[in-house]
Design a protein around this ligand. Structure first.
Ligand code: IPE
Ligand code: IPE
Ligand code: MG
Length: 249
């Protein structure tokens, strides 16, 4: 598959949804679908590397997903453990920097330790920044950023009048990474489900019926091609956007 010629999105985020329905259609337990989703993760990582996308953020487990049946939550935790044991070295060899974003303290010690170890192991890589959102909620992210700002005020380092979007932005989980260009949700639901609420402000949204285990490099390419056809106006009108484009420099 040839790489895209147009500028690829700098940062793609994906709600990897539809594993349960994929398994159900095959009369298998939901965990079978989650396991099958691992291949799709490898596909999108490969696709991003080939197409020059430098940052990829995947929603693997929401702060609300703890409410699922205990058996499913347990199976997901085991899957995360196995995936960490098996995939980290290959990701490292591919030049991927792995980061887990979310309230990581909620995971049991062995899993938490593996996440920290994987982040340390790959910290020097720069080809692709792969963020896995686990026990993540967009509202939680905003609250923890607000707490950091409040702490700076209490310490006397920041005046209330100097709190602007930038100060909150700096406290968000994905602060140092490029702005979110493309949000993808598989599985046919047209909702955000408490993913990157703050970061979504001007992202382009792409929803597909494809269930996550069936999502592959071609599916990613379709989404990127769809994105390439969008006109991002950021509140301006079309003529202004085209003028900026044709102005040299
Ligand atoms: C997404 O697939 C994976 C997680 C939330 C962990 P689902 O498990 O939500 O699959 P559906 O939506 O029930 O098909
Ligand atoms: C969102 O999917 C969370 C992840 C994909 C990790 P859900 O399946 O949990 O979302 P809802 O419940 O359909 O909104
Ligand atoms: Mg779902």
């Amino acid at each position: 598959m040839p790489p895209q010629s147009a500028t690829p999105p700098r940062h793609i985020a994906i709600v990897m949804d539809g594993n349960g329905r994929w398994a159900k259609a095959r009369h298998r337990p939901r965990s079978f679908g989650h396991n099958a989703g691992r291949k799709a993760v490898r596909e999108v990582v490969e696709g991003c590397l080939r197409q020059g996308v430098r940052t990829l953020t995947l929603f693997a487990f929401s702060s609300e997903n703890w409410q699922r049946p205990q058996e499913e939550v347990g199976a997901l935790m085991e899957l995360f453990m196995r995936a960490l044991d098996k995939e980290v070295e290959e990701l490292h060899d591919q030049g991927v920097r792995l980061r887990f974003v979310g309230d990581l303290g909620a995971f049991d010690t062995p899993l938490h330790k593996r996440m920290l170890a994987a982040m340390t192991r790959t910290a020097g890589n720069d080809k692709l920044h792969l963020n896995i959102a686990v026990n993540y909620g967009g509202r939680w992210d905003i609250v923890q950023a607000a707490r950091k700002v409040a702490e700076a005020v209490v310490r006397g380092e920041l005046h209330i009048n100097d709190i602007h979007e930038q100060q909150l932005d700096q406290g968000m989980c994905l602060a140092e990474l490029p702005p979110l260009d493309l949000f993808i949700r598989t599985g046919g639901e047209s909702r955000v489900s408490n993913f990157l609420l703050w970061q979504l402000a001007y992202a382009e949204l792409y929803f597909t019926e494809t269930l996550w285990p069936d999502f592959d490099q071609a599916s990613l390419q379709h989404a990127i091609e769809d994105y390439a056809r969008r006109e991002r106006r950021y509140g301006r009108v079309s003529e202004q956007v085209n003028q900026t484009r044709s102005t040299p420099g």
